[in-house]
Design a protein around this ligand. Structure first.
Ligand SMILES: *Cc1c(COP(=O)(O)O)cnc(C)c1O
Length: 402
């Protein structure tokens, strides 16, 4: 069969930074995606956490189209209403007193790291700039965020990294304690290591990191770019852990699929970013902020965090049973809310299950070779979830008995 024109053009004219599934996606609605050949897929990849509201949600579409007719963009030389309203909403439902808007997860972490360093500099003077992050983390691809991303495969060839980052094993309180010297200004952690293969932090770990950092006046940055806005069962993931961070970063799902990121901070920390210290042309643009207002409003009003918790529990129960049945194949099942990882003993087997799911109309994600990850839109229903899991179970059985 002749190669699709879109694929040919992409291969010729776009840098090959992505390993793409050979599908041309032309439409999305709810939890479903359609390809150029008219095939419909259940999407358990959920745009890697950017599609909490699913695709082309009517409320988000209405907000975007209405705003586009009024004003798509004006720079932050001026005040705009959607941005102000979205900030108020984020503050109302979080620990934060103020926010900074940007355009992506990497940018949000970049801003959070700068904010932490400046905060420490103003308060304690120079020399206290080290940011501690966890091995196997993912915080983005820009230099600051990449320097915090303690994984060789992302940093290789791009060295030297930004100075002043220190890496510790995840979920290990003693190592964290040992790393928090007098030169440390901040700790940055994902509540669930998503790209790293779905490793949730334990509650004890998050609590002790909060305790240790507070005692040393070190800022605790929680990177909720992937799991924020409802996925863990609470609006913000830190709530699932019963802690209060100093800084939280969000992005992926904040604006219903439109690019946006945000840094949320406590009053004293937020006050450090004053005129000229940081900025970005598109941050909080009317079109993105209007989409964000619609998306966040809907997530709250439709109680999607509670749906994530309930359906996540159902999925975990069913997958744990599958693990019992397929104990020689499945190594581990883990997750919180609607971020779930199924780890296989064997990479070839995981790849075969992934491929079979794709053939049978279920989009998933294969991460770190042996882990299949589910990040379905939070609007998913019990029936839709069951249908997706049926396909996954069928793929397992098919491969197993081949
Ligand atoms: C995706 C992700 C990022 C980077 O976000 P981009 O918008 O791709 O820059 C940062 N942190 C976490 C936890 C992520 O999952």
């Amino acid at each position: 069969m002749a190669k699709d024109k879109t694929i040919t053009l992409t291969d010729e004219f776009i840098m090959h930074t992505y390993k793409r599934v050979p599908l041309v996606i032309i439409k999305g609605k709810g939890i479903y995606l359609w390809d150029s050949r008219g095939r419909k897929y259940i999407d358990f990849l959920g745009a890697r956490g950017a599609a909490n509201m699913g695709y082309s949600d009517p409320e988000v579409v209405r907000a975007i189209t209405t705003q586009a007719r009024e004003l798509i963009l004006v720079t932050n030389d001026f005040y705009t209403r959607p941005q102000a309203e979205l900030a108020r909403l984020l503050v109302k439902y979080s620990f934060a007193k103020k926010v900074f808007f940007c355009n992506s997860g990497a940018e949000a972490n970049e801003a959070a790291i700068k904010l932490a360093r400046l905060s420490s500099y103003r308060k304690h003077g120079p020399g206290r700039y080290v940011v501690v992050s966890a091995i196997n983390s993912f915080h983005g691809r820009t230099y600051g965020a990449l320097s915090a991303t303690a994984q060789k495969k992302y940093q290789a060839g791009f060295e030297p990294m930004v100075p002043g980052f220190r890496y510790v094993p995840f979920n290990d309180t003693d190592s964290m304690r040992a790393a928090l010297g007098d030169d440390v200004c901040a700790v940055i952690l994902e509540p669930v290591q998503g790209e790293g293969g779905v490793y949730p932090a334990t509650a004890e770990y998050m609590e002790s990191v909060r305790d240790l950092t507070r005692r040393k006046d070190i800022l605790f940055i929680v990177d909720e770019v992937q799991v924020g806005l409802g996925r863990t069962g609470r609006l913000f993931a830190y709530e699932s852990y019963g802690i209060e961070p100093d800084i939280v970063t969000v992005a992926k799902s904040i604006a219903g699929g439109v690019p946006m990121g945000a840094v949320l901070a406590t009053g004293p920390v937020a006050g450090v970013f004053d005129h000229g210290t940081h900025g970005t042309t598109f941050g909080g643009a009317p079109i993105a902020a209007a989409a964000g207002l619609a998306a966040m409003g809907a997530i709250i009003r439709r109680r999607l965090p509670a749906n994530a918790k309930r359906l996540g529990d159902i999925a975990l129960r069913r997958l744990s049973k599958l693990k019992e049945t397929y104990g020689t194949i499945i190594k581990d099942v883990r997750g919180i809310g609607l971020i779930i990882g199924i780890e296989f003993h064997d990479a070839a087997f995981a790849a075969a299950v992934y491929d079979r799911c794709l053939e049978d109309g279920l989009l998933t994600n294969l991460t770190n070779g042996t882990i299949i990850r589910f990040l379905p839109p939070l609007i998913i229903t019990v029936q839709e979830l069951a249908r997706g899991l049926d396909i996954f179970e069928g793929a397992l059985a098919h491969r197993h008995f081949e």
